[in-house]
Write a protein that binds this ligand. Structure first.
Ligand code: GDP
Length: 208
């Protein structure tokens, strides 16, 4: 997929105020500082579409970006800076869980994790929660340029091992770097493939 246009549309703190149309959307979420803003800017060929983080947790907003006038890229607030030891309910602000439970336009989530780190309980808890609510998601490993190829493999394998303690199979995943564009094509092609399937299923453009 070529990105022709990427426009900021609206920021909301309340799910019911989000765009009221049938445009399919893909939500990007992860712990603060995971590289989410950098990834969104890399994917959309923009320098500052998503704001790279200053103070973690400053912006608690659901941000809608319209891509190619066809689909929404949704930038959700970073999580994990709240008291991580508490239950998932307390970690994930209510409006984030409300977004996932109620947003009919959501096609799939992307959970970002820093490829260098051991699996973090907050991320595992969040994926578990998505699974319980049957919300499709993929994992995006970020900052792969910080590791050598062998180490990338090793880290992904140990992540897989951890996930397979809870999951029957490894969720779909992408390995990315915002500095060297690794994973950009794969990720955008994946989204365009899902969008095509959606339009075939509904036998009309899902973008109206
Ligand atoms: P966010 O809080 O998840 O939106 O994270 P940011 O995109 O603001 O990135 C946090 C920090 O990680 C910044 O200093 C970025 O420059 C750095 N960063 C983000 N992505 C990458 C990457 O792919 N490679 C490297 N080397 N650094 C990255």
């Amino acid at each position: 997929m070529q990105i022709k246009t990427a426009e900021f549309i609206v920021s909301n703190q309340e799910v019911f105020k989000c765009p009221n149309n049938q445009i399919p959307e893909y939500a990007f979420i992860g712990r603060s500082n995971v590289g989410k803003s950098s990834l969104i800017n890399m994917l959309t060929n923009q320098k500052r579409l998503a704001k790279t983080s200053g103070r973690p947790g400053k912006t608690q907003l659901i941000n809608h970006f319209l891509i190619n006038k066809e689909w929404f890229l949704v930038d959700l607030p970073g999580y994990g800076y709240a008291r991580v030891s508490k239950s998932a309910k307390k970690i994930f602000q209510k409006f984030i869980t409300t977004y996932f439970k109620e947003r009919k336009q959501l096609v799939s989530a992307f959970v970002l994790v820093d490829i260098r780190h051991e699996p973090q309980s907050v991320d595992l808890a969040f994926m578990q929660w998505l699974g319980e609510y049957e919300i499709p998601f993929s994992i995006i490993f970020t900052k792969a340029d910080k590791l050598r190829p062998k180490a990338i493999e090793k880290h992904i394998q140990s992540y897989k091992n951890k996930l397979l303690e809870f999951w029957e199979e490894m969720p779909n995943y992408f390995t990315t770097s915002s500095t060297n564009y690794l994973g950009k094509e794969a990720l955008l092609n994946y989204i365009s493939g899902v969008n095509n399937e959606l339009s075939i299923k509904t036998n009309k453009s899902p973008f109206q």
